[in-house]
Design a protein around this ligand. Structure first.
Ligand SMILES: Cc1cc2nc3c(=O)[nH]c(=O)nc-3n(C[C@H](O)[C@H](O)[C@H](O)COP(=O)(O)OP(=O)(O)OC[C@H]3O[C@@H](n4cnc5c(N)ncnc54)[C@H](O)[C@@H]3O)c2cc1C
Length: 260
């Protein structure tokens, strides 16, 4: 099951969803497009946030539908990435069908469900990945020993900062689980996404010129893939700017920015 939330004109501004669904007999008929749908090419089902109340505006009139992917009305097109992978997809719906009762929450209440899902994606669901971060940090540390870059005081300092950042992230993760504060999800997303992107840059700096070339058939090593993939960390799940807006407006109560 994969989430189908963003569309080409509804990324940060998710309430701009254009994909629509209408009841035809006892089924939803869905038309529209989603983008950046992770692993849709390997999945059986997709969540689709669709406008089910014609003429409704923004976050009203949306529903959270569960839709089987293997059907004639759905086309999945993988997006080629710089990493050499293609686990994200465009998904096109042309009179795609799903049963009328396959709605999470009530029809018209899809925005709330989508926000809860995003909160989970930004915060709690990412805590386990920090075990992987520990392993990813060990790799440039070991390379720095091997290739002598440990003697470079600037790189040593950046490695030490990465270690400290990981410790802070772990403490923050425990707080998110045990004593969440308002905005915990956005804080967690900002902290881990920037830490991980910085680690990708640090891995490239320690690799030196070797980082600049791919092997035969565009073979990339783990550090190059880390660097390239982590460029998206501060975008997916809601960009840094959106997390800061959430913290500024909803947590600190600062004036809303102009949406004009
Ligand atoms: C590799 C990758 C994987 C993804 N995987 C998933 C996934 O698995 N599931 C999923 O649901 N989504 C996924 N996404 C989609 C992702 O959530 C969106 O790309 C993201 O929300 C940004 O939307 P956008 O691309 O339409 O950019 P836009 O919304 O057009 O934003 C463009 C730029 O403008 C800034 N911006 C926009 N609005 C504001 C504002 N109000 N204030 C300040 N700055 C603003 C943004 O921060 C960004 O820098 C993925 C994206 C990428 C690139």
């Amino acid at each position: 099951m994969v989430p189908g939330l963003p569309e080409p004109d509804a990324g940060s501004d998710l309430a701009n969803v254009r994909t629509s669904a209408r009841l035809v007999d006892d089924e939803w008929s869905i038309d529209g497009q989603k983008i950046w749908t992770s692993n849709a090419h390997e999945s059986d089902w997709i969540f689709v946030v669709a406008r089910t109340e014609p003429g409704s505006q923004r976050h009203r009139g949306l529903s959270f539908l569960l839709v089987p992917l293997d059907q004639p009305g759905i086309e999945v097109r993988p997006i080629d990435q710089l990493t050499g992978g293609s686990e994200f997809n465009e998904v096109f719906f042309t009179d795609a069908r799903t049963r009328a009762d396959l709605v999470v929450g009530d029809p018209g209440q899809g925005w709330r469900v989508a926000m809860d899902l995003l909160g989970f994606e930004r915060g709690v669901s990412t805590l386990a990945q920090q075990v992987g971060f520990e392993r990813e940090l060990a790799d440039p540390v070991s390379l720095a020993w091997d290739n002598g870059t440990f003697d470079d005081p600037v790189l040593r300092d950046r490695l030490a900062q990465a270690k400290v950042g990981l410790a802070v992230m772990k403490a923050n993760a425990v707080r998110t689980l045990t004593d969440p504060v308002p905005g915990s999800d956005s804080i967690a997303k900002l902290v881990w996404a920037n830490w991980h992107r910085d680690l990708g840059e640090l891995a490239m700096a320690i690799s030196g010129p070797a980082a600049l070339t791919a092997g035969p058939d565009y073979h990339l090593d783990a550090r190059q893939r880390l660097f390239l993939f982590s460029r998206a960390d501060t975008i997916y799940g809601g960009s840094d700017e959106i997390q800061r807006n959430i913290l500024a407006e909803r947590v600190l109560g600062l004036p809303k920015e102009s949406r004009g």
